[in-house]
Design a protein around this ligand. Structure first.
Ligand code: GRF
Length: 214
């Protein structure tokens, strides 16, 4: 069987950002959109938490925001179907998870294959999951960093788009390492979104090739 190849669309796109907290990665993506570095607009900032600070920032910036309470849904499947409906209604091309603390269902991931990105504060496949800066320090690794990847049903395991490494210093605390990594997150997440809408991300199996600009 021929290998399936996905090529990201070269177009002016529409982005939905899913957040659960402070939204600094969302803010950096929006900064890049506003500066014209990403050829897209943000059509929705969605949260599973009403108190997510990022929702307030999005409102101040005049973006459409939405909070949907997971408790009002019988299960995760129904909840994710609701998100999918909202995403489709708005003609969204790319969903960016930016500190979204809920695991997406396999059905959601399959419906939007290669259309959902996530940022993770470690060099995947090392340290998937939670508390990753603490675990990196406890392991004594010399380098950690961050990864932007497409989302697949296995948590934190989809095709890797961009990574950046930072040193782990002897006196690092969880917070100091997280802060060093966050600087790189803010650089590579907007960059990955830019490459997506420049039609420069080619996915074959679990490998992503970054095509030269044409
Ligand atoms: C970031 O460290 C990101 O890597 C992780 O959650 C955090 C979100 O931070 N997935 P923010 O809400 O974007 O400031």
């Amino acid at each position: 069987m021929a290998e399936e190849v996905f090529l990201s669309p070269r177009k002016r796109g529409r982005i939905a950002v899913l957040i659960s907290g402070r939204g600094s990665n969302f803010t950096k993506i929006h900064d890049a959109v506003r500066a014209g570095r990403i050829d897209a607009e943000i059509g929705l900032v969605f949260s599973n938490r009403e108190d997510a600070a990022g929702l307030g920032i999005a409102r101040e910036r005049g973006l459409e925001t939405m909070f949907v309470n997971p408790r009002l849904f019988p299960d995760k499947e129904e909840y994710d179907r609701e998100i999918l409906r909202e995403v489709r209604t708005r003609g969204i091309d790319l969903v960016c998870l930016a500190g979204y603390m809920k695991v997406l269902t396999p059905a959601f991931c399959a419906a939007l294959k290669n259309r959902v990105m996530n940022i993770h504060p470690a060099l995947l496949p090392a340290f998937p999951g939670l508390h990753v800066q603490r675990r990196a320090i406890d392991w004594g690794v010399r380098y950690s960093g961050c990864t932007v990847h497409f989302v697949a049903p296995e948590v934190d395991m989809g095709p890797i788009i961009l990574q950046a490494a930072v040193p782990v210093l002897p006196d690092d605390t969880e917070d100091s390492l997280a802060a060093r990594i966050l600087v790189e997150e803010h650089r590579i997440y907007p960059e990955a979104v830019r490459l997506f809408f420049e039609g420069r991300l080619e996915v074959r199996g679990r490998r992503v090739r970054i095509l030269d600009p044409t």
